[in-house]
Design a protein around this ligand. Structure first.
Ligand SMILES: [Zn+2]
Length: 321
């Protein structure tokens, strides 16, 4: 069994149509460059190409409210002024007439990966998707995210395949609060995130991104946040947390499926990351070995920053190798 690769250039076909300094970094090229790097290296040829598909309404509603979905459905028909106004009710995100189509494809790609892994067609896989998902919430877009791709994939896997335990690892430099909110009272989905926090001074600036948000009710103990309060973390910091926190917990939890929110803004070279070391490929290599156990591994990629992409490419290559 090999590794699946999902990419559909349709997901490059939306962009910011007005001036917004918070969103100007969210450009189509970050997806294009990621894919081109995989092609250039020859790695895409070694992967099993899986077509993307649109997520259905019922699949999106596994995580999002009907009110929110119906509102997003109207965006392809909005004027520029209407789109701007619609966007204003959310934080750090923008809408475009084609973003609903792309968001359906992004979520559907994650579901295609789940199907490919669960049916034994591949052992693991990577989906290059846009828009990303981990910040979006039950009734709100947020942080460039429209639908919560990984959260939808986790619920879909449970519903369709009877998966008992899903581990979601979020290596993006930002906390995926949307994923946390979705599963914080659910002991069958363990969410692990390491992220820049700086005592709540780093976006999304939420109190609940701190280490003491451990889940609620029966989900208590199944939400693990590792907030970095300093910048300049090195490979050794990441490896230490990986080996001493994530790995023991993962073995004890014994997931049937592992989903990774693979935002590459935590890669060296991205201005968001402030890492000291030259290269953090080791950590990606560790993720690769992590998936060689009994776990089924799925990697859902959303590279958040265009400027991360050059470095992203080497990290992706390491992962794909
Ligand atoms: Zn991020």
């Amino acid at each position: 069994m090999g590794t699946a690769l999902l990419y559909d250039e349709e997901m490059t076909k939306y962009k910011l149509l007005w001036v917004d300094p918070a969103c100007k970094i969210e450009v189509p090229e970050r997806l294009i460059v990621s894919y081109e790097a995989l092609v250039r290296s020859g790695l895409s040829d070694r992967c099993i190409s899986i077509p993307a598909r649109e997520a259905s309404d019922s699949e999106i509603l596994l995580v999002h409210s009907e009110l929110y979905l119906e509102a997003v459905k109207k965006t392809p028909y909005m004027t520029l002024e209407d789109l701007k106004e619609f966007t204003l009710q959310f934080g750090d995100v923008y809408f475009h007439p084609n973003i609903y189509q792309c968001a359906k494809l992004a979520s559907g790609s994650a579901l295609q990966l789940v199907d490919s892994v669960m049916t034994g067609k591949v052992r693991n896989g990577i989906a290059l998707v846009r828009p990303p998902g981990h910040h979006s919430m039950h009734g709100a877009a947020n942080g460039f995210c429209v639908f919560n791709n990984v959260a939808i994939a986790a619920r879909y896997a449970k519903q369709k395949y009877g998966v008992k335990r899903v581990l979601i690892v979020d290596w993006d430099i930002h906390h995926g609060q949307g994923v946390q909110y979705c599963f914080e009272d659910d002991p069958s989905v363990l969410y692990f995130s390491w992220h820049r926090y700086e005592h709540q001074n780093f976006w999304p600036n939420l109190r609940e991104s701190d280490y003491d948000s451990v889940g609620k009710e029966s989900g208590a103990g199944f939400n693990i946040n590792v907030p970095w309060n300093n910048v300049g973390m090195e490979n050794s910091d990441y490896l230490s947390v990986f080996c001493h926190v994530l790995l023991p917990v993962a073995y004890e939890f014994c997931p049937d499926l592992v989903l990774v929110c693979a935002g590459f803004d935590s890669a060296i070279g991205d201005p968001e990351v402030h890492k000291k070391t030259e290269n953090n490929d080791n950590i990606y290599a560790f993720y690769s070995s992590f998936s060689k156990g009994s776990y089924l591994n799925i990697v859902c990629l959303h590279a958040l920053l265009f400027c991360a992409l050059r470095k992203t490419s080497s990290s992706q290559l390491k992962l794909a190798e």
